[in-house]
Design a protein around this ligand. Structure first.
Ligand SMILES: NC(=O)C1=CN([C@@H]2O[C@H](COP(=O)(O)OP(=O)(O)OC[C@H]3O[C@@H](n4cnc5c(N)ncnc54)[C@H](O)[C@@H]3O)[C@@H](O)[C@H]2O)C=CC1
Ligand SMILES: CC(C)CCC[C@@H](C)[C@H]1CC[C@H]2[C@@H]3[C@H](O)CC4=CC(=O)CC[C@]4(C)[C@H]3CC[C@]12C
Length: 369
């Protein structure tokens, strides 16, 4: 990838390439990475949409595999120049066991790092999460913070614990010698709550609102700010970071970057209404309709029911003590680190992001009704 070899075509591997974010990364690479020669899409579940991509000018290789299986990861990584590791088990509802979450998110990431080292892949971008920082278990606000803002990161839930450990592994691996003797260059991107086309929780809220006759009921005070970022901009940041890692290895290697764009600072529910409102839903109440202590009680009851019912059935509602704490704690970022380090500017304005998301909610739910 030196100057003389600018025209060299590169092999990229995207793990989790069929997920919500992964699909956007895959499509963004195909649209915006001129040096792309081959794109390997690795996922446990391959999407049918991959087929249409195979007819384009770039070779797209679909690889069904599991990141917890070291040999499968090594086979997929061999010969790749860049790995974007976005595969992960995103579960804050208690659907999967803590052991499974750890296995996929931590051991899976370890396998990706070892595969890079063994096979000689030098550039690794990891999709981390804002959750590696917070909100913490004490509910401390993180108000428009940046990568250097002091914050007491205390995790107990398996998901943030696993993301924090995996991120640490990735950053610590920066500088390790890969096969051939050159150093591995790694960085981690930390999205806040991602929204956009393909966002299942948004669709679930919409369906719930329809079931309730077009009404949603405010549960969280409007004053609690929750950071959100458009999926297209998160994907673009991954593509740019991966592209710039070699030229700016000394600056970017071992660094973390929050993912940000021009999305407004709002509460989780008010932000969702930016899309669900134009789709016909109304949010009832300027203030939460239920007192906070009752929500805490209901969340605890849900956790208890989940535990009691586990031998019989999986009970995994949206409301539990952890999701309530996340939704009810201000956590927003304000930073320009990615801009300074690798020239990131959001590709999609807030208006574009909003319109695209509204169109998706309308189309996705229209076809599902
Ligand atoms: N959704 C969000 O708001 C945020 C997500 N993230 C991170 O972004 C990444 C992508 O998340 P989403 O796209 O939202 O989730 P997703 O569940 O839509 O996508 C994850 C993908 O990883 C694949 N996967 C899971 N286990 C695997 C395994 N053992 N082997 C191979 N593939 C496996 C899944 O099949 C799926 O396609 C994750 O690492 C997540 O922690 C970070 C911040 C916010
Ligand atoms: C009425 C209820 C209290 C509202 C529940 C909303 C919750 C389901 C969601 C509120 C905040 C979300 C999380 C947040 O955006 C940060 C995240 C980052 C990730 O890396 C994974 C997803 C998530 C944990 C996200 C999950 C849903 C919420 C808890």
């Amino acid at each position: 990838m030196a100057d003389s070899a600018q025209a060299q075509k590169l092999v990229y591997l995207v793990t989790g390439g069929c997920g919500f974010l992964g699909e956007h990364v895959v499509r963004m690479l195909l649209q915006r990475e001129p040096r792309l020669g081959e794109l390997r899409v690795f996922d446990r579940h391959l999407g049918p949409w991959l087929e249409e991509l195979k007819t384009g000018p770039v070779r797209v290789t679909a690889i069904q595999g599991d990141v917890t299986q070291a040999h499968e990861v090594a086979a997929a990584v061999a010969g790749a120049h860049v790995v974007i590791h976005t595969a992960g088990l995103v579960d804050v509802f208690g659907r999967a066991s803590p052991e499974t979450i750890h296995e996929v998110n931590v051991q899976g990431t370890r396998n990706v790092i070892e595969a890079c080292v063994q096979t000689g892949t030098r550039f690794l971008v990891y999709t981390s999460s804002m959750e590696v920082v917070g909100p913490n278990t004490k509910g401390h606000p993180f108000y428009r913070g940046n990568e250097d803002t002091p914050y007491e990161a205390v995790h107990r839930h398996p998901y943030p614990c696993s993301k924090a450990l995996a991120e640490w592994l990735v950053l610590e691996a920066n500088g390790r010698k890969v096969r051939g003797g050159l150093p591995l260059v790694t960085c981690a991107l930390r999205p806040t709550g991602i929204y956009g086309e393909g966002h299942q929780i948004m669709r679930d809220f919409y369906r719930q609102g329809l079931r309730l006759g077009g009404w949603l009921f405010r549960a969280i005070p409007a004053s609690v700010e929750h950071g959100r970022v458009y999926v297209g901009n998160v994907a673009w940041m991954h593509v740019l970071a991966a592209r710039e890692l070699e030229q700016r290895a000394a600056l970017m290697g071992g660094q973390v970057y929050f993912c940000y764009d021009g999305s407004p600072y709002k509460s989780y529910e008010d932000f969702n209404m930016e899309f669900l409102g134009p789709c016909g839903l109304r949010l009832v109440g300027a203030r939460p309709l239920l007192p906070y202590w009752l929500l805490v009680f209901l969340a605890a009851l849900n956790a208890l029911l989940q535990w009691l019912l586990r031998p019989l059935v999986l009970y995994a509602p949206l409301l539990n003590p952890y999701t309530l704490a996340v939704a009810n704690t201000t956590f927003t970022v304000s930073t320009d680190k990615a801009q300074r380090h690798f020239g990131y500017e959001p590709l999609f304005s807030w208006e574009d992001s909003r319109t695209r998301t509204i169109l998706w909610v309308q189309a996705a739910t229209g076809s599902a009704q």
